[in-house]
Design a protein around this ligand. Structure first.
Ligand SMILES: C=C(O[C@@H]1CC(C(=O)O)=C[C@@H](OP(=O)(O)O)[C@H]1O)C(=O)O
Length: 349
């Protein structure tokens, strides 16, 4: 199935090399102003070919609203969104037809369905995330208009190069976009660029971490047991292709602290209680507490690399694969609007 959410629900469709990709969004309230101009900026931040650090597949990714609005206003009916696929090169996949790419979805898709797309990443391609980003832009507009919610994600590490500055309270999308890596610390970002280019030149790839803050979340989102807010956020984030880890608040690093150091002391903040520190990451007991929701998502190095790899064919015969095609040497710069979209979809849900 390709659906996330129940009350605010998105179903994405499309493969990397078919006519187009998109989504159906259900649960958007009626009478909200909505045109393509609300959705396009996030799709343009996600699109391939936008900088020297990304895949060279050149897609404009222009979105069209097919249904669910009239005269620029939502009707409360399902919103259909489509984006055409235009710059496909199926020929790149000929040499890979017998050999599943190590750590890619090729083998598990073939095993599960008994078939798979003959070219492109199919549903496992980053092109699937277009539907998420488009739906997320709608969710984000709803959350912003109704509650003043702000969501900003940024690249906090690539490989072993990590940004140390705490930007949770101040970070803006403008600052994130000031460098093609989308790491807001310019000096660290330059080192990251050099690392990504080194990997690209070596026909290799590298992973990274995306951090995200959700500000002005209403207090009280999340259900007490199985649908804790951090569980819905983890589900949302870990459904993004190439993710390998999720943390909220102090995350794994918090395990090294004593409770006395880790606890977030309460103070009065206007008409609610707030906390002095935010090791909880804005969620306590699975329910938002009004502090910024802070999370991190780990992305592995992309599986498709040009470097030769000793592996086997689908029938188990030894083979050497040097993958062809246009692929990202590191996905995190383009993952920023995807993480923001999934944060918005999780909150709207
Ligand atoms: C085109 C995009 O990313 C693609 C992600 C991807 C993959 O295998 O994941 C492979 C490449 O495309 P293709 O399927 O043509 O080989 C990338 O360029 C995109 O995100 O829009």
């Amino acid at each position: 199935m390709s659906t996330f959410g129940t009350l605010f629900r998105v179903t994405t469709f499309g493969e990397s090399h078919c006519a187009g990709v998109g989504c159906i969004v259900d649960g958007v309230p009626p009478l909200m102003a909505l045109t393509e101009a609300d959705i396009q900026p996030q799709l343009s931040r996600r699109r391939p070919g936008q900088s020297a650090l990304t895949t060279k597949r050149d897609e404009k990714d222009l979105v069209r609203i097919m249904s669910g609005t009239e005269h620029g206003v939502t009707l409360g009916t399902p919103i259909g969104l489509t984006v055409p696929n235009e710059d496909m090169r199926p020929g790149d996949y000929g040499s890979m037809s017998d050999i599943p790419r190590p750590s890619h979805a090729d083998y598990t898709y073939q095993y599960k369905y008994g078939t798979k797309t003959s070219s492109g990443g199919g549903r496992a391609s980053a092109r699937e995330t277009i539907g998420r980003v488009a739906a997320g832009a709608i969710a984000e507009k709803f959350l912003r208009l109704r509650y003043g919610v702000e969501i900003v994600a940024w690249v906090s590490s690539i490989g072993d190069i990590e940004m140390k500055e705490d930007v949770v309270d101040t970070i803006t999308r403008e600052r994130v976009d000031s460098h093609p890596t989308r790491c807001p610390d310019a000096a660290v970002a330059d080192q990251m660029t050099a690392l990504v280019q080194e990997c690209r030149n070596a026909e290799d790839s590298v992973g990274g971490v995306v951090s995200c803050v959700i500000r002005n979340s209403p207090v009280g989102l999340g259900e007490p047991c199985f649908d804790k807010l951090q569980a819905t956020l983890a589900h949302a984030m870990m459904s993004i292709p190439a993710t390998k880890g999720f943390e909220i608040g102090s995350g794994f690093r918090g395990t090294t602290q004593r409770g006395s150091a880790h606890n977030d002391m309460f103070v009065r903040k206007g008409d609610r209680l707030g906390t002095v520190t935010n090791n909880s990451g804005g969620v306590q007991g699975g329910i938002s507490n009004g502090e910024p929701i802070v999370l991190r998502v780990a992305f592995k190095p992309p599986a498709t690399i040009g470097k030769e790899q000793a592996t086997v064919t689908y029938d188990g015969t030894s083979a050497v694969l040097a993958a062809k095609g246009r692929h990202d040497p590191c996905v995190v710069p383009r993952a920023i609007p995807i993480v923001e979209a999934m944060a918005a979809l999780a909150l709207a849900e």
